[in-house]
Design a protein around this ligand. Structure first.
Ligand code: 5AD
Ligand code: FES
Length: 370
């Protein structure tokens, strides 16, 4: 069967090609990458930009990830855990703003119990039309299954880097438990979750080869959702304090945590995973408050995750400092984003906005199958 012109692959996506694109600096050459990413985005997921309401449900965390401001040893942070009623009220606000899904995100917090979270998910599914995404870190299969049975639709767990040595260095194990996010992603897929993952760009010690591997790994995992943002140093952490230089790779190998490299990673991810839901991340908007969100959406992304956490909690959820929209109400962000999306000639998505694989169902007619 002939391949439809708009889905014909014109870009080589093996390791060497992806690496070459990542290190390309010529703006004229990069125009081809931007145009192709935007074309593939349009052909596979269309012009709708889906808005997901982000609820930062708990800033407690028992882990010691070397990059994250919420890590257990961080001092001087006020820790909070939202109540079920507060979470449900936030979700109702997301419904009122027209959002089709909410993401319940938190640190790895044993205070968010199996039953407690299951009750919240059940209430959300009973009282709202929302798709429910959880992003609560590395959890036992029993927890994940209970939440799936309660009605949770999706789970986000970034693997952060596919380089096993770097992964180990920045993710100390919980005592006695080996951290293996790939294994958890595979198990969640079998449980029937839509699964999301992603990486940070420019982690100290991340090489160009590693970032190219990350993008190829997204494709291998057949992810439904892929979040990519720049690493932003948090002074509360070993990767962001005055000794952080010790973690850097050799200068010619080290990936910079800049906007251009992040946009190249987003664009290449769109080419590698044409029908995935890809957000233009808050971290990218933090790096470039003027144009970050838009540039992400113009170079492959089709999702934005506006924060709907009550302002009094939000300021304490300090993964990294200076987060975009920290003091904007949910209503303000909704209006701002709708305007920005329309200015790009795109539309605000309606409904839950799950992954639509129709383009790739018939593998014989789809050359992007993986
Ligand atoms: N800079 C940028 N992103 C970060 N995250 C955690 N710490 C940082 C940081 N310092 C990202 C991780 C995590 C997500 C919730 O936030 O990728 O998965
Ligand atoms: Fe929050 Fe613009 S997206 S104010």
């Amino acid at each position: 069967m002939p391949v439809k012109p708009e889905t014909r692959p014109s870009f080589c996506l093996d390791h060497a090609c992806v690496r070459a694109w990542l290190t390309e600096r010529d703006p004229a050459v990069l125009e081809d990458l931007w145009a192709e990413a935007d074309r593939v985005r349009q052909a596979h997921v269309g012009d709708a930009v889906h808005l997901r309401g982000l609820i930062e449900v708990s800033s407690h965390c028992i882990r010691h990830c070397l990059y994250c401001g919420l890590r257990a040893p961080s001092e001087g942070l006020e820790r909070y855990r939202m109540t079920a009623d507060e979470i449900l009220a936030c979700a109702q606000e997301a419904v009122a703003l027209g959002y089709g899904s909410v993401v319940l995100q938190g640190g790895e917090d044993p205070g968010l119990t199996r039953d407690g979270v299951a009750d919240i998910v059940r209430a959300l599914k009973r009282d709202t039309p929302l798709a429910v995404t959880l992003s609560l870190g590395e959890r036992d299969d029993e927890d994940l299954l209970a939440w799936r049975k309660a009605g949770a639709d999706r789970y986000l767990l970034r693997f952060e880097t596919s380089d096993p040595i770097l992964y180990r260095r920045i993710h100390p194990n919980r005592s006695g438990v080996l951290s293996d996010r790939f294994a958890q992603l595979r198990r969640m897929r079998r449980m029937g979750y839509e699964i999301g993952s992603g990486v940070m760009v420019g982690i100290p010690g991340q090489t160009w080869d590693a970032l190219a591997d990350d993008i190829l790994r997204f494709r291998e995992l057949d992810l439904d959702m892929i979040g990519i943002g720049p690493f932003l140093p948090s002074p509360r952490t070993p990767l962001g304090d005055s000794h952080a230089d010790a973690f850097l790779a050799e200068p010619e190998d080290q990936v910079p945590n800049d906007e251009l490299t992040t946009l190249k990673a987003v664009a290449l991810t769109r080419l590698a995973c044409p029908d995935a839901n890809i957000p233009s991340t808050t971290a990218l908007a933090t790096l470039d408050r003027e144009r970050g969100r838009e540039l992400g959406l113009m170079r492959g992304a089709n999702v934005v995750m506006p924060n709907v956490t009550p302002l009094r909690y939000r300021i304490h959820y300090e993964i990294y400092p200076g987060k975009a929209c920290l003091n904007e109400t949910a209503v303000a962000c909704q209006g701002c984003l709708a305007g920005r999306i329309q200015a790009l000639g795109r539309t605000v998505g309606t409904g839950p906005g799950g992954r639509n694989q129709t383009h790739c169902k018939d593998l014989t007619s789809c050359d992007f199958h993986h």
